[in-house]
Design a protein around this ligand. Structure first.
Ligand SMILES: CC(C)(COP(=O)(O)OP(=O)(O)OC[C@H]1O[C@@H](n2cnc3c(N)ncnc32)[C@H](O)[C@@H]1OP(=O)(O)O)[C@@H](O)C(=O)NCCC(=O)NCCS
Length: 418
C-alpha cells in the first residue's frame, strides 16, 4: 500500500482529464470506459484549478470538482457559492484521508476567492458534516394515485384562461433559462443553472453516454400570454391484465413561477389519458401539489430526505445577505473546527436589514458551523436542534428567538441535483 503522504493531491491538467474521468466513473460504479462524445460533453466542465485529482504514481485514484454557482438566500440575494461535485475515491484507496485532503484544498481556495458558502448534494448523510456542512434543504417526492384524487375527468384546459402547449427541446432552451431565472430569484435554496444544464436536459449533449430518449415538454402561459410554467416528463407503457391503462408519468423537472402555473401543470399531468400515476420528482416538502387535488391523500410521500448541504465560509456575509421578517438581537458563538469562519457574533436584524459584528458579549446560543447552515436558509429549527443537544442555549429562550428571526414561512427548495 502506498503511504498516504506519497499520494499527490493537486489540480489536474487538461491532458489528465480522460484518466480523471475513468476514476470518476469507477468511484460512481459506472463502466470506466468513456466514449469520445461523452468526453467532449464533459470537457465543458473543465475549469483550470477547479478539478482536483489524487495520483498514486501516474494513476488517478480520486476526483473532486468544484464550480462557481449562485445560491439564493432568504429574501432573494444571489450569494456566490463554491459548488462541490464529482467527489470519488477509488475503492482501493478509500479511508486514507484523500477526500479530507481534497476538501481542505478546495474550501481553502473558495475562502480565498471570497465565496460565501460551499454547496453540495450528499450521496450519503454521514460524509460531509465533519467538514462543516449542514443539511439546509429537504426534498420530497410524491406519487399521485390519479383515480383517487377526485379530479373532474372532463377537465380540458386551465380554468383561469391560461393555456398549456406541448413544445420541443429548442423551445425549452429558448424559454427555460429566463423562466428559471424568475424562479431562482424568488426561491431561497435555488441555485444557478449553466447553459450546459439545458443542453443535457434537451438531448444536445450527453454526459453519461446513455441513448437519448426525448421526454415530453409542456409550457403554461397565463391569460395575458406570459410564460409562467414549464414541465418535462416521461411516460412508461404499462397495461393491466384486464387491458386497462396503468401508465405512470414521471416528472423530470417542473417550474411554476405562480401558484396558477403550478396548479395548471399538475392538473394537466393528472388529466392525461392512460396516466393513472404521477410521480412528482424533487419538490419542496411544503409544495402545493397535494392541495391542488380534491383528495390530498391521493398524493403519497414516497421519498423524503436531506438535499442541499451548505458550508458557510463567511458567517458575516451569509447572515447579512439574507432578510429577516422580525426584529431582534442574538449573540451566536459559532464553532468551526477548520477555522475558515466562526467566532462570536452579534446579529442585529430587522425588516430593514441586518448587521453581524464581532462581539465580546456573552453568547446566547452556541452552535457548530454546520448547524448554522441548517438554520440559515430557514428550514431547520433551533428549538429542535437544542432538543437534540446540537445547539446549546446559554440564555433561556435564545433558541426561540433564533427561530423567530431565521425560520421562514415557506420552506427553502433546491430543485437541482449537481
Ligand atoms: C465518500 C468517499 C468520497 C470518502 O472518501 P475517503 O477518502 O474514503 O474519505 P476519508 O478517508 O477522507 O474519510 C474521512 C472521514 O470520513 C469518514 N467517511 C468517509 N466516507 C464515509 C461514508 N460513506 N460513510 C461514513 N463515514 C465516511 C471516514 O471514515 C473518515 O472518518 P474519520 O475522520 O473519523 O477517520 C469515498 O468513500 C467514495 O468515493 N465513495 C463512493 C462515491 C461517493 O459516495 N461519493 C460522494 C458523492 S457526494
Amino acid at each position: 500500500m502506498t503511504r498516504p503522504a506519497d499520494i499527490d493531491v493537486r489540480p489536474i491538467t487538461e491532458a489528465e482529464f480522460p484518466d480523471w474521468n475513468r476514476a470518476l466513473n469507477t468511484g460512481f460504479l459506472q463502466a470506466p470506459a468513456i466514449g469520445d462524445e461523452q468526453l467532449r460533453a464533459r470537457r465543458n466542465q473543465f475549469v483550470p484549478g477547479r478539478l482536483l485529482g489524487a495520483f498514486d504514481g501516474d494513476r488517478c485514484v480520486a476526483t473532486f470538482r468544484s464550480f462557481a454557482q449562485e445560491l439564493t438566500a432568504v429574501g432573494g440575494a444571489a450569494v456566490p457559492a463554491d459548488a462541490v461535485s464529482n467527489v470519488t475515491v477509488s475503492p482501493t484507496h478509500r479511508r486514507r484521508g484523500l477526500l479530507t485532503r481534497m476538501m481542505a484544498q478546495d474550501l481553502a481556495a473558495a475562502k480565498e476567492r471570497g465565496d460565501v458558502v460551499a454547496t453540495l448534494i450528499a450521496a450519503e448523510y454521514p460524509i460531509y458534516g465533519r467538514y462543516g456542512f449542514g443539511p439546509a434543504t429537504t426534498m420530497t417526492e410524491w406519487t399521485v394515485d390519479v383515480p383517487r384524487a377526485g379530479l373532474d375527468p372532463r377537465w380540458a384546459a386551465p380554468e383561469d384562461g391560461g393555456r398549456i402547449d406541448l413544445v420541443d427541446g429548442e423551445d425549452v432552451r429558448k424559454l427555460g433559462p429566463e423562466l428559471h431565472g424568475r424562479l431562482r430569484r424568488a426561491q431561497p435554496g435555488a441555485v444557478s443553472r449553466a447553459e450546459l444544464w439545458w443542453q443535457t436536459r434537451t438531448g444536445v449533449l450527453s454526459m453519461d453516454g446513455s441513448a437519448w430518449r426525448e421526454p415530453f415538454y409542456a409550457v403554461y402561459r397565463s391569460s395575458a400570454g406570459e410564460v409562467e410554467g414549464m414541465v418535462s416528463y416521461r411516460a412508461d407503457d404499462h397495461w393491466g391484465d384486464a387491458k386497462q391503462p396503468l401508465n405512470t408519468a414521471t416528472v423530470d423537472w417542473l417550474i411554476g413561477v405562480t401558484p396558477a402555473a403550478e396548479r395548471a401543470l399538475w392538473r394537466y399531468l393528472c388529466s392525461i389519458d392512460w396516466i393513472t400515476t404521477v410521480r412528482s420528482g424533487w419538490r419542496a416538502p411544503d409544495d402545493l401539489l397535494p392541495h391542488f387535488l380534491p383528495d390530498p391523500r391521493a398524493a403519497r410521500i414516497t421519498t423524503q430526505a436531506d438535499w442541499l448541504w451548505v458550508r458557510i465560509l463567511d458567517v458575516v456575509r451569509a447572515l447579512e445577505a439574507r432578510t429577516y421578517d422580525g426584529s431582534g438581537a442574538l449573540v451566536l458563538e459559532v464553532a468551526d473546527r477548520d477555522r475558515l469562519t466562526g467566532g462570536r457574533w452579534l446579529l442585529e436584524a430587522s425588516e430593514a436589514g441586518a448587521s453581524c459584528t464581532p462581539t465580546t458579549r456573552s453568547a446566547d446560543l452556541v452552535l457548530g458551523v454546520g448547524e448554522l447552515a441548517a438554520l440559515w436558509l430557514g428550514d431547520e429549527s433551533a428549538v429542535r436542534l437544542a432538543a437534540l443537544g446540537r445547539v446549546r442555549e446559554e440564555r433561556a429562550g435564545a433558541a426561540r428567538v433564533a427561530d423567530a428571526l431565521l425560520r421562514t414561512s415557506r420552506r427553502p427548495w433546491c430543485p437541482d441535483m449537481f
